[in-house]
Design a protein around this ligand. Structure first.
Ligand code: ADP
Ligand code: TZD
Ligand code: MG
Length: 572
């Protein structure tokens, strides 16, 4: 609290920010230093907070967001004014979209100059720029309001549906001095940052009645269910009712992927056939085709368990909404469920089992093939097998084919271990998520990255090496966005828009920072390199060469590409 630089009875804004964060259990700051927050980062470190310094604010923000998702405490991202602030905004917006609690704290320039647009160093009206992308945005204009500002930011980030919050701290407020006693009195320790949201028992009864009436019930678990950390209650409800379930990608591992009630390998079949679907912390957004169209039955009725009341009826009418936090909702379901009340019909379970077997056999044909060069399947099979007996490892996954095929092949056996592009399908989360997960968990992380995807945050390899983090990056190097064999359809000598450098040696990048690089061209070498890298606990990057012709344009999202009316850029 006390600032040794000033008189014994005064403190300043820098100290007050650190005190306010510590008082509320914040242990880590992810950021990038510069005017006016350099001393804030130094002071935080001196006062026992862990400070992780990045090469780009977007990665710092992504690390903070995933730290928030994993810990249910807001991840803190610290940025400088204007450009640093804007670099962090993509991560803040991504956190809001995904429902991850984070707070971006940014220093800002002199308000009087900014508001008259008189051209200050790094001038930008940051709070108003942040508003459309944040769950909430606040500015602290008086040093005695720092405690309240931090409290409001934490409440907004973690209560209800979590999200990204912007907190603007002017340089003037940071540097201001104030009386130590008054400063201490201005701090706020939050009593209940994320209050429970207890469901109305009528809503639970309505939902149970609907499920009991179903011929072909299905549960869909989303990342809200993973975030809720109500793992035992969710598993107990799924197992007691016997209802088959589908995990959305970041809900994989909430129940182990080899659970007999998992319908993941019969996904299209169950979506099209189910007559009652219970959504638990999953939105009916594009990832579920909005609950409409050929993927879905028009007669399906829905139960939706969600903490956000405005999510209900967002895409299709919800017959049985349950507005509650998932922990409270699942406890209420278990308490009100009568023995034998819900018993899915044997014909439904048999049909799913049959479809699962057929699809598993089809997948086995891909996985057992040994093509040369390696394709996505043979490489992912090697990774799956190395990770199979290490369920504690965090898996980060981004790319197009690398993501879509990886999601289906790599099983997860523990909750919240799979971290991926999520609701936006965004590229660039890779190294930030890997660093955030490694820092807050102390566990090893394996990041399986498309070569394009890796490029968005690749310079953070230096950060990984500087902090000696147990992260292994596997770059699926197929020489391009989706594929490496696309050709320029004009007469110029430039590469195609989706091309990346053929034969790029990403492994040499990490060697520049004293990490271990590996270059592999077959599954056996990949197995060895990954096994050794994970065992070493040290930073490693495996450049994994994949057949440039193996991928599909846009991965599994081909249907979202608008069709060109003029021949896909080809000359007549
Ligand atoms: P997925 O992408 O896995 O389908 P989404 O991000 O679309 O999942 O949906 C997550 C949903 O979970 C959001 O609508 C959010 O409001 C909700 N949610 C988040 N945390 C909780 C919680 N603790 N209790 C209930 N609902 C939650
Ligand atoms: N920019 C951002 C921020 N997010 C995006 N999703 C994209 C661009 C577009 N995009 C995708 O949707 S996937 C992808 C891009 C550029 C990269 C796919 O190439 P890859 O993966 O090398 O990462 P595969 O395995 O070659 O398909
Ligand atoms: Mg690629």
């Amino acid at each position: 609290m006390r600032n040794e630089m000033s008189s014994p009875s005064t403190t300043d804004g820098f100290h007050l920010v650190v005190d306010a964060l510590k008082l509320n259990g914040i242990e880590t700051i992810f950021g990038l230093a510069g005017i006016p927050i350099t001393d804030l980062a130094r002071l935080a470190q001196a006062e026992g907070l862990r400070y992780i310094g990045f090469r780009h604010e977007q990665s710092a923000g992504n690390a903070a967001a995933i730290a928030g998702y994993l810990t249910r405490k807001p991840g803190i991202c610290l940025t400088v004014s204007a450009p640093g602030f804007l670099n962090g905004m993509v991560a803040l917006a991504n956190a809001t979209t995904n429902g991850f609690p984070m707070i971006q704290i940014s220093g800002s320039s002199d308000r009087a100059i900014v508001d008259l647009q008189q051209g200050d160093y790094e001038e930008l009206d940051q709070m108003n720029a942040a508003k459309p992308y944040a769950k909430a945005a606040f500015r602290v204009n008086k040093p005695e309001d720092i405690g309240i500002g931090v409290a409001r930011a934490i409440h907004a980030a973690v209560s209800g549906r979590p999200g990204g919050v912007y907190l603007d701290l002017t340089a003037e407020v940071l540097g201001a001095t104030l009386d130590t006693d008054a400063a201490a009195r201005s701090l706020v320790r939050l009593v209940e940052p994320a209050p429970r949201c207890i469901p109305d028992s009528e809503s639970i009864k309505r939902a149970l009645d609907l499920l009991a009436s179903a011929q072909r019930p299905l549960i869909i678990l989303g990342k809200g269910a993973a975030y809720a950390q109500a793992d035992d209650a969710i598993r107990s409800f799924v197992e007691t009712t016997g209802i088959p379930y589908l995990p959305m990608s970041m809900a994989k591992g909430l129940l182990p992927d080899n659970h007999e009630q998992s319908a993941a390998t019969a996904r299209s079949f169950v979506l099209a056939q189910a007559d009652v679907v219970m959504l638990i912390g999953a939105r009916l957004n594009w990832l579920l085709a909005h609950g409409k169209g050929p993927q879905w039955s028009p007669i399906t009725r829905f139960v939706q368990v969600d903490i956000s009341p405005t999510e209900i009826d967002s895409n299709r009418p919800i017959a049985a909404p349950v507005v509650a936090d998932i922990g409270s909702a699942m406890s209420a379901f278990l308490a009100m469920l009568k023995p034998g009340q819900i018993q899915p019909k044997a014909a439904w379970l048999d049909a799913i089992a049959e479809r699962k077997q057929r699809n598993t056999e089809r997948m086995a044909a891909h996985l057992n093939a040994t093509p040369e060069p390696m394709d996505f399947y043979s490489a992912l099979r090697a990774i799956r097998d190395v990770l199979a007996d290490k369920p504690y490892i965090y898996l980060v996954n981004e790319g197009a084919n690398t993501l879509d095929i990886g999601r289906n092949i790599i099983d997860m056996n523990q909750p919240r271990k799979r971290l991926d592009s999520g609701t936006w399908g965004v590229m660039g989360i890779g190294m930030g998520y890997a660093i955030g997960a490694a820092v807050v968990s102390g566990q090893p992380v394996v990041a399986v990255e498309g070569d394009s995807a890796f490029g968005f945050s690749g310079m953070e390899i230096e950060t990984i090496c500087r902090y000696h983090l147990p992260i292994t990056v596997v770059v699926f190097n197929n020489g391009g966005i989706y594929r490496g064999d696309d050709v320029n359809r004009s007469e110029s000598a430039d590469p195609s828009p989706t091309a990346l450098m053929r034969g790029a040696r990403y492994d040499k990048l990490i060697e520049a920072f004293d990490g271990t690089g590996n270059h592999v061209t077959d599954p056996r070498s990949l197995t060895k390199a990954l096994t050794d890298a994970v065992a070493s606990g040290k930073p490693a990057l495996i450049n994994c060469v994949i057949d440039p012709t193996a991928g599909t344009e846009s991965g599994h999202l081909q249907n979202l590409n608008p069709q060109s009316q003029v021949g896909n850029g080809k000359r007549d």
